[in-house]
Design a protein around this ligand. Structure first.
Ligand code: FAD
Ligand code: DHB
Length: 390
């Protein structure tokens, strides 16, 4: 098989790039290790920044998002017995975020790929990247007993944190930065009316909690839990009770509970791999960087990688201009690190750290007091949350 761009990973990053390139007449093959049903059963991101939503529209996949997604112009931070609102619209110069589930967005991308007869190969086992330093790289995968070879010009590693692409870069070249947090998020999806029209990030001494949503009939809640906790140990009842304890009393009273339709624990991690290009291989999204979910930056960091890669590939194929490909790693990493900074800041601000000393806790409180007393601080939070320019 032959293609121009072989994309490893059929998550949002891989599908989005494939769709954008196809619209420009650049053909791609997407290799996904899992079945489509499996990919679409994962519950992940819920908040999309303005730039990501714009890319969805550019990829001609934004119709349902624009119809069913909710525009949010602010969110709440519950702390010290009160709720303060962050006015995103006011402090970001009129911008906002879109609440639309990653699952739905991925479904839209798959549908768009199908409509254009894009090649997405599922259940691709044992994907291997070959000759990535040469101008004629290729990828192999196993389909049943058969080994299939795909010759291409470029390989995109969009295969998430546990993929093969990043590990195809020699250890002597790759530099990895990692910070692992001593807790995770236990998330519950329930078919209940959300407790609040806007997201509530709650700082509480028992641990952080987040009230989010997917629609007016579908709620997503999270609580901070120790890494040693197992999801099977958390009954629905125990989850709701703990969530209620961490929310302000007037919010808890309003909380409508119901059976969980998904429950999982996600560990919190910050991670960056450099460089994001090696030979003809380009890393994008979670394959190159991970953030703790607190500032809703993960998928949104992937969006800028895709934006830079898309424009660089188009300039290369249409104008013979490879400068965008050459500067990709440096350009992408500059924005990636800003998302890292913001996610680390928001995580540190709102979570309970098991090894914190009184001094740290005073600083957390002071940071929050400063935030809500300073227009400059709220502007900084808002511009990062809605997404820094690409
Ligand atoms: P992935 O979604 O991980 O996709 C990679 C794909 O590659 C997968 O389908 C995988 O099966 C496939 N793959 C892996 N290995 C191989 C292989 N060897 N061969 C072929 N295919 C392979 N981000 C936000 O911006 N906003 C939020 O509100 C937000 N909330 C989150 C909440 C939670 C609880 C979690 C866990 C994450 C959240 N994120 C959020 C982060 C966001 O979900 C990720 O950043 C996003 O999924 C990254 O997309 P991706 O396509 O780069 O990687
Ligand atoms: C969601 C996840 C986040 O990390 C966040 O900051 C906001 C919302 C969510 O899954 O809905």
């Amino acid at each position: 098989m032959q293609t121009r761009v072989c994309i490893i990973g059929g998550g949002p990053s891989g599908l989005m790039l494939s769709q954008l390139l196809h619209l420009q007449g650049i053909d791609t093959v997407v290799l996904e290790r899992q079945s489509r049903e499996y990919v679409l059963s994962r519950i992940r991101a819920g908040v999309l920044e303005h730039g990501f939503a714009q890319l969805m529209r550019e990829a001609r996949c934004g119709e349902r998002m624009d119809r069913e997604g909710e525009i949010h112009e602010g969110f709440q931070i519950a702390h010290d017995g009160k709720m303060d609102r962050v006015d995103l619209h006011k402090y970001s110069g009129g911008s906002s975020v879109v609440v639309y589930g990653q699952t739905e967005l991925t479904r839209d991308l798959y549908e768009a790929r199908d409509l254009m007869k894009g090649v997405v190969i599922h259940n691709a086992d044992d994907v291997q990247l070959r000759d990535i330093k040469s101008v004629k790289p290729y990828v192999t995968y196993r389909a049943g007993d058969e080994i299939v070879r795909i010759d291409c010009d470029f390989i995109i590693g969009a295969d998430g944190f546990h993929g093969v692409s990043r590990n195809s870069i020699p250890k002597t070249v790759l530099k990895e930065y990692e910070k692992v947090y001593p807790f995770g998020w236990l998330g519950v999806l329930s078919r209940t009316k959300p407790v609040s029209p806007e997201l509530i990030y709650a700082k509480h001494e028992r641990g952080f909690a987040l009230c989010s949503l997917r629609s007016q009939v579908l709620s997503r809640y999270y609580i901070q839990v120790p890494l040693s906790d197992k999801v099977e140990e958390w009954s629905d009842e125990a989850f709701w009770n703990e969530l209620k304890r961490r929310l302000p009393p007037d919010v808890s009273e309003q909380l409508i509970t119901g059976p969980s339709i998904e429950k999982s624990i996600a560990p919190l991690r910050s991670f960056v791999a450099e460089p994001m290009r090696y030979g003809q291989l380009f890393l994008a999204g979670d394959a190159a960087h991970i953030v703790p979910p607190t500032g809703a930056r993960g998928l949104n960091s992937a969006a800028s990688d895709i934006y830079y890669l898309y424009h660089a590939m188009v300039a290369h194929y249409k104008n013979g201009d490879s400068s965008g490909l050459d500067s990709y790693s440096a350009k992408a990493l500059a924005r990636v690190w800003k998302a890292q900074r913001f996610s680390w800041w928001m995580t540190t601000l709102l979570h309970t750290f098991p090894d914190s000393i009184e001094y740290d806790r005073q600083l957390q409180q002071t940071e929050l007091a400063y935030l809500f007393s300073s227009d400059a601080a709220q502007r900084s939070l808002a511009e990062n949350y809605v997404g820094l320019p690409f």
